[in-house]
Write a protein that binds this ligand. Structure first.
Ligand SMILES: [Zn+2]
Length: 446
């Protein structure tokens, strides 16, 4: 058995040696190979007519870098499987004959709301430099995404030095935590401390909100909402050039207190101030309801409670309500029950779903929501984010994975999957982390 393996190895080396000799034999051949490699690289970068043909030629020759091979397989799939490609302006233009069956009961168009730059980066451990955030948003803007949530005007203490100030405050809390010498520390106190650190760091993460707002290139047809938890944040956002805002509520009393430091009722009063001011200025407001399918403190959340909070946000003037499975514990069953309850109070056109993939249910939950008529889906490139309150909670559902599924169903989004994969790759490189997108992993990893 070992001899056979040895034979295999030696014949492999012989093949490689022959291949190398034949390449060395001819300088013109080497030049030709380099030319071809340049063409393959241009093709992999998305360049021009015949790109797929060039990549097929590259495949036939073998011997390519693995990243290029995967671009090749993507381009090859693009040619063979029309449903993987960029969504067409007309909803049915890229569908195979007979694919209507697949999409019956689903919306023809789904609006993707990209939350990576705000929800995603805010919940990542690394603090991302402002210019990297701007570049990430600019790359996302070129993908065809209709909405990109840019940043958050979270702090009521908005001053230019806030980033350093909040970092100092975080250090003090950390020192306090380190000085806890009790051999059996109070778990609740420890949790409270770590959550305080998170809130402070979240402030620090988004302290460059004005620079980000002013630094990005705003593309025509793309909307760039920002999170504004209170009136002060709203005015700061407008001063920075925001033309759309969001407010972030919760269906769980405990989560509301932990996350935004007030009861649900108090938060609604604050949001009413924001919405009133926004309406006077013709600024659209989006509402979030977090913990719609579960809470790290209260466990199950009654669908009726989600419906009540959603109705309140909608009635005060939020044009769209995003129902968030913040800790990713929902299933198609709980999603269905929750949506049935919310749909008794709100028109389906005003409902969006916001799923995290902690238990691997996000795509199934989105599919369930779409079957019920929901046509707005939140997601984050590379599946950025997480939840500091739920141990092991993974990030938002990856935009790449949602697009792959929707393209497979023949549902139009207007978003270019490959370009989102590139933007996701860019931000993961900056964060020095692996993408959470299964589609990106399959396409780019060796
Ligand atoms: Zn999220």
């Amino acid at each position: 058995m070992s001899a056979a393996a040895g034979d295999g190895d030696s014949s492999d080396w012989l093949r490689r040696a022959r291949c190398l000799r034949s390449l060395r034999a001819s300088v013109p051949a080497r030049v030709s190979v380099r030319r071809r490699q340049r063409r393959w690289l241009a093709a992999a970068a998305g360049g021009g007519d015949g790109a797929a043909g060039d990549l097929e030629e590259a495949a036939a020759m073998g011997n390519m870098p693995s990243a290029l091979k995967h671009c090749l397989s993507y381009q090859h799939l693009l040619k063979e499987q029309l449903w993987i490609g960029e969504a067409a302006p007309q909803p049915t233009a890229l569908q195979h004959p007979g694919q209507e069956l697949l999409t019956s009961g689903f919306p023809e168009f789904v609006k993707i709301v990209e939350v990576g730059p705000r929800d995603g980066l805010q919940n990542e451990k690394a603090i991302v430099p402002t210019d990297v955030k701007i570049e990430f948003i600019n790359r996302l803007s070129k993908t065809g995404l209709p909405v990109i949530e840019v940043t958050s005007f979270v702090s009521s203490k908005w001053v230019p030095q806030m980033q350093e100030a909040t970092a100092d405050k975080a250090k003090k809390v950390l020192l306090k935590a380190e000085n806890m010498t009790d051999p059996a520390p109070d778990f609740a106190a420890t949790m409270q401390t770590s959550e305080s650190i998170f809130v402070i760091l979240a402030d620090a993460m988004m302290a460059d909100h004005t620079e980000v707002m002013r630094g990005i290139e705003c593309y025509p047809g793309v909307r760039y909402p920002v999170l504004t938890p209170n009136l002060q944040g709203f005015h700061s956002a407008i001063a920075a050039g925001a033309t759309e805002v969001s407010v972030f509520g919760a269906a769980s009393e405990s989560f509301s207190k932990m996350n935004i430091n007030c009861s649900i009722n108090e938060s609604m009063e604050r949001f009413e101030d924001v919405v009133k001011s926004a309406r006077k200025m013709d600024i659209p407001v989006r509402g979030y309801v977090s913990c719609a399918l579960g809470c790290p403190y209260e466990g199950n959340i009654e669908p009726a409670k989600v419906a009540e909070v959603s109705k309140r946000l909608y009635s005060m003037g939020c044009y769209e309500i995003s129902l968030g499975d913040t800790i990713g514990v929902g299933t198609p069953g709980s999603m269905k029950r929750m949506l049935e309850s919310v749909m008794m109070e709100l028109p389906v056109a005003a409902i969006a779903v916001h799923c995290h993939d902690t238990y691997g249910q996000a795509l199934a939950n989105i599919l369930t929501a779409m079957q019920m008529g929901v046509h707005v889906v939140d997601s984050a490139a590379a599946g950025l984010g997480g939840c500091p309150y739920a141990k092991g909670a993974t990030g938002n559902v990856a935009t790449e994975d949602v697009l792959y599924m929707l393209n497979g169903l023949g549902i139009n989004t207007g978003v270019n999957l490959f370009k989102v994969m590139e933007a996701g790759h860019f931000i993961c490189t900056a964060l020095n982390k692996q993408t959470n997108s299964k589609v990106a992993q399959a396409s780019f990893s060796s």
